[in-house]
Design a protein around this ligand. Structure first.
Ligand SMILES: CC(C)(COP(=O)(O)OP(=O)(O)OC[C@H]1O[C@@H](n2cnc3c(N)ncnc32)[C@H](O)[C@@H]1OP(=O)(O)O)[C@@H](O)C(=O)NCCC(=O)NCCS
Length: 200
């Protein structure tokens, strides 16, 4: 089989899986679920199409709270309708992080995709409530995606980050993400970067 067909095939197979994260044991082990101040985090996995109305509302509102300023100053601008379509598309998958009270406090929206001929897990969104940032939760979520990518034969995890979102850039660099082959050249005048980390 030609490599391009093989890549499409593994992505299609991963998209069809009902719950690849739990099936392939990708969540952090219990002993690695503690925040740096001792709270134990639990996780839920969902297809976007199976989220409850209240979960969907919270996902969008956290996105708005964390990202409105960034999008407003970006070349893309703030476009809530197209973001809603993206967040809740049929291929969107979620990991939700919850605190000890059972309240959702962070999430990733990811998808399996072929990007520039590579099968990838694309981290479309990673959002943590402000009060829970800098406690290690983003790292737990990212490591889950990396394990998932490896277990489903994807080549890498990718993410798009605004060049002026220093917190997020610092977070991805700390987790060993570097400029992807598809990252716009710095002379291109674009205000975002594409980062990735190989898992094979
Ligand atoms: C980016 C984000 C998801 C990270 O999640 P988090 O739970 O805070 O991340 P963690 O606590 O696991 O890791 C944070 C690490 O990133 C690094 N980091 C954070 N800000 C940084 C900065 N400005 N410069 C350098 N490094 C930075 C720190 O080294 C920190 O590690 P430490 O705990 O050893 O100090 C979270 O900050 C967030 O939701 N931000 C707002 C939304 C956003 O920008 N999302 C990304 C869109 S691409």
């Amino acid at each position: 089989m030609a490599p391009a067909d093989q890549h499409k095939k593994v992505v299609k197979k991963a998209i069809k899986m009902k719950n690849p994260i739990e099936q392939l044991d990708c969540l952090p082990r219990h002993e690695n679920r503690q925040t740096n101040d001792g709270e134990v985090i639990s996780f839920e996995t969902h297809w976007a199409t199976h989220l409850s109305d209240s979960q969907s509302l919270w996902i969008f509102e956290l996105f708005r709270a964390n990202m409105f300023e960034f999008y407003s100053q970006s070349q893309w601008g703030w476009d809530p309708e197209s973001k809603r379509t993206e967040l809740f598309s049929t291929t969107s998958r979620y990991v939700l992080a919850k605190n000890e009270k059972g309240e959702a406090i962070g999430y990733t929206h990811y998808r399996f995709d072929v990007d520039h001929s590579s099968p990838v897990v694309y981290c479309y969104e990673i959002q943590v409530e402000e009060a829970y940032q800098q406690k290690g939760i983003g790292t737990m979520i990212l490591q889950t995606l990396e394990k998932l990518a490896k277990s489903t034969e994807m080549e890498k995890v990718m993410a798009t980050v605004f060049g002026f979102n220093h917190k997020s850039l610092g977070f991805f660099h700390k987790n060993d993400y570097t400029s992807d082959v598809s990252c716009p050249d710095e002379n291109a005048g674009l205000d975002y970067l594409i980062l990735s980390k190989r898992v094979i």
